[in-house]
Design a protein around this ligand. Structure first.
Ligand code: HEM
Length: 395
């Protein structure tokens, strides 16, 4: 009887979540088999390494914004609290990549507020917030009010570019979505609706911001804590700066960023679980049968904390990721067909921002202890945001 009640409650909760959140996110079940076309568009068009290179001027601009903001805070002679500056820099960069225009700060901040509220609704759903439906409706309207004019303007801009035969036109994710043809059930093709485009742009903004920001803050906290490693990294950066090829030949310079398959130099990744997975056929893993359609939650943090897999798993020891030592023992970005498509971009952004911040400033702790304990928000974040004293380096 008790089991029956639990099953009914779970069912009701699932329907509730599906119904209430569907206006904000669209998943594989919304698109059916056409979802593969979208995934290909994201990995092979938007996030392909050659495309990522094209966004380098946005990266430089975001880097300047971040360093400028940190410098302003440091000039006041007070310790800097870095979280908001990190979040704004990463978010603006993703916004420019998504919408293709150098959006003004005011617009970026408005989009940031809407995206933040969407994330908040996800968290509040856990407590079945009474005004949830009303709030979701309101957030959805605000998001539409912001995104629809940008979509329209972009559509017109593309038409104008085609008419004039302009060549130098900066690609954006939005362009790829406006171009896309999805197969429908009758074998014809269709364009994406405005609502679908909004949700897909929103997905990349929320998927790429809090995750990267959580890792960025944790890397900087570790460099503040381990001054010797920061000094070593500074020497490496100074030796290779401006020379991407040399950087590539000196893999130890990238160690704090944990190579391709990792993502966080501390013991836990920003998501403690992957998104739930489910095998389409019976499978056997490590001698255990996983029946078809079982919900599988992969506890990635447990892997990182496992002392049978890692020696001193809680220690910050970037050298463990030197190529000679490196093995794939983590699933920070997931694996398989639903693995994170933003892996390459996230690693690049982390390298870029950390390298610039270490090159510009010497970082020391503002408090005696850097508290590395975590708490759950959209991702796992530092419970006490990093506060540091930064001194411009004399070059
Ligand atoms: C350090 C940064 C990041 C970490 C640790 C991270 C981690 C993850 C993880 C664990 C998943 C679920 C994978 C699975 O269940 O197998 C995921 C999915 C996803 N990530 Fe990331 N991510 C990061 C950055 C990014 C960036 C920069 C973007 C986009 C620009 C992005 C976009 C996405 C998207 C769209 C999905 C959903 C994929 C799907 O449902 O098929 N992520 N990420």
């Amino acid at each position: 009887m008790e089991n029956m009640v639990l099953i009914l409650i779970s069912l009701a909760l699932s329907l509730f979540l599906a119904y209430f959140l569907s206006p904000l996110v669209l998943n594989e079940s919304h698109f059916g088999p056409a979802w593969r076309v979208l995934r290909r568009n994201m990995t092979a068009v938007m996030l392909h390494p050659s495309r990522i290179k094209e966004f380098s001027h946005y990266r430089r601009r975001a880097g300047r914004v971040l360093i400028g903001e940190l410098r302003r805070q440091a000039d006041r002679g007070e310790p800097v609290v870095v979280l908001d500056s990190f979040r704004y820099a990463i978010f603006s960069l993703l916004c420019w990549m998504c919408f293709g225009e150098n959006l003004e700060e005011k617009t970026v901040r408005e989009i940031q507020r809407v995206q933040h509220d969407i994330t908040l609704h996800f968290n509040k759903v856990n407590y079945i917030f009474p005004r949830l439906w009303e709030m979701i409706g309101e957030t959805r309207r605000r998001r539409e009010d912001l995104f629809v004019p940008m979509i329209k303007a972009r559509r017109e801009r593309i038409e104008e570019v085609n008419r004039r035969g302009e060549e130098s036109f900066q690609f954006s994710y939005l362009d790829s979505l406006l171009n896309l043809e999805l197969p429908d059930e009758e074998g014809r093709s269709r364009k994406l609706t405005e609502e679908e485009i909004i949700c897909l742009c929103s997905e990349i903004l929320s998927g790429g911001t809090d995750t990267t920001v959580a890792v960025l803050q944790s890397i900087m906290a570790n460099l503040v804590k381990h001054h010797d490693i920061q000094a070593w990294l500074y020497d490496e950066i100074s030796a290779v700066v401006g020379d991407r090829e040399t950087w590539k030949r000196r893999p130890w310079a990238s160690c704090p960023f944990q190579g391709r398959d990792h993502g966080r130099p501390t013991a836990s990744p920003p998501a403690h679980f992957l998104v739930s997975h489910s095998p389409t056929e019976d499978a056997t893993v490590g001698g255990y049968l996983i029946p078809r359609r079982t919900t599988v939650n992969v506890m990635v943090t447990e892997m990182n904390w496992n002392s049978k897999v890692w020696s001193d798993p809680m220690e910050f020891r970037p050298e463990r990721f030197l190529p000679a030592e490196k093995e794939i023992k983590m699933l920070t970005f997931g694996a398989g067909r639903r693995a994170c498509p933003g892996l390459g971009l996230a690693m690049l952004h982390l390298e870029y921002f950390v390298a610039n911040m270490v090159r510009e400033f010497e970082w020391t702790a503002a408090n005696r202890e850097v508290d590395m304990s975590e708490q759950m928000e959209f991702t796992y974040v530092m419970k006490t945001p990093l506060k540091a004293t930064i001194l411009p380096r004399v070059r």
